[in-house]
Design a protein around this ligand. Structure first.
Ligand SMILES: [Zn+2]
Length: 288
């Protein structure tokens, strides 16, 4: 990790943070911090964006993750139906940032939803798969795509970031780029399984793994995700019923100006949440 450096809170910019005491026992000693000003949970020490992307495309993605499983197909369906209900998809121009193997875009362009789709995806192998299915995609990061103007002249109606925002190095940069890709009044959809301050959905060692910590830099509450969107000029217009869903889904509408008046979370409550989750795991799932 020679190119790693420490980051401030991505939501409020504060450098005051306290490490989650139990986290290193689950992460091979790697620290995860809670912002003492807004309660945001983030990995302070991160490598470059390129190094993190390489971890995903060269190693973790190939080894541990494929979208060809029921659980992933189910969450794609959940998001597609949610967006269709809230915004309508038929005839809309949709860009998926971190499109993976393109399964979500295949679903959106099918007869049921009828959207016009485009993918942005760092893995060349995934882009080849999408091309084989007739899905236009940019092979590279969102930053490369913006720099090269590859996403087309016409702005998109909707940008989607599914189970990806928590895995990038700079969540502000990714959301800012997503906002730039959509037309005025367009929408950015964020879905993540990394929701906290909710009932525990699994033992803590399933949640805090021993992968490089900076491949999963962010863990969101409804407040922190909404607040981040507001601060970036994306007015939250929809939040799913995340308490008893495994997913947290937020939709932000591109508006001006950016606002920084969103309430954060109580840092003590966030630290206590992880303390309780650790105790629950040790008491009941020690051998899982
Ligand atoms: Zn903060």
């Amino acid at each position: 990790m020679t190119d790693a450096r420490d980051f401030a809170c991505d939501v409020c910019g504060s450098a005051r943070a306290e490490p989650i005491a139990c986290a290193p026992a689950y992460t091979k000693g790697q620290a995860i911090h809670v912002c003492l000003d807004c309660g945001f949970v983030y990995v302070r020490r991160r490598r470059s964006a390129a190094a993190i992307a390489a971890s995903w495309s060269d190693d973790l993605y190939q080894r541990a993750y494929t979208a060809r499983i029921p659980a992933v197909r189910a969450r794609h369906r959940y998001v597609a139906d949610t967006v269709d209900n809230e915004l309508g998809l038929r005839g809309k121009r949709v860009v998926d940032i971190g499109a993976g193997e393109g399964h979500f875009l295949e679903l959106l362009r099918g007869p049921e939803y009828g959207a016009e789709v485009f993918g942005i995806e760092p893995s060349a192998a995934n882009c080849q798969r999408m091309a084989g299915h007739g899905i236009a995609a940019f092979a590279g990061t969102i930053e490369d795509c913006m720099a090269q103007g590859e996403a087309g002249a016409r702005p998109f109606d909707i940008a989607t970031i599914l189970w990806t925002l928590e895995n990038c190095q700079d969540c502000r940069a990714m959301l800012t780029a997503a906002r730039a890709l959509v037309a005025d009044g367009g929408h950015v959809v964020v879905a993540t399984g990394s929701r906290i301050l909710v009932p525990f959905k699994k033992p803590l060692h399933y949640y805090l793994g021993d992968n490089p910590a900076d491949t999963h830099c962010f863990r969101f509450t409804a407040n922190s995700l909404s607040g981040l969107l507001r601060r970036l000029g994306l007015l939250p217009v929809f939040l799913n019923r995340y308490i008893d869903s495994e997913y947290l889904v937020a939709i932000g509408k591109k508006t001006d100006p950016a606002r920084d008046d969103a309430p954060g979370d109580d840092p003590a409550a966030v630290l206590d949440f992880f303390r309780r989750w650790d105790a629950e795991t040790r008491a009941h799932f020690a051998d899982a």
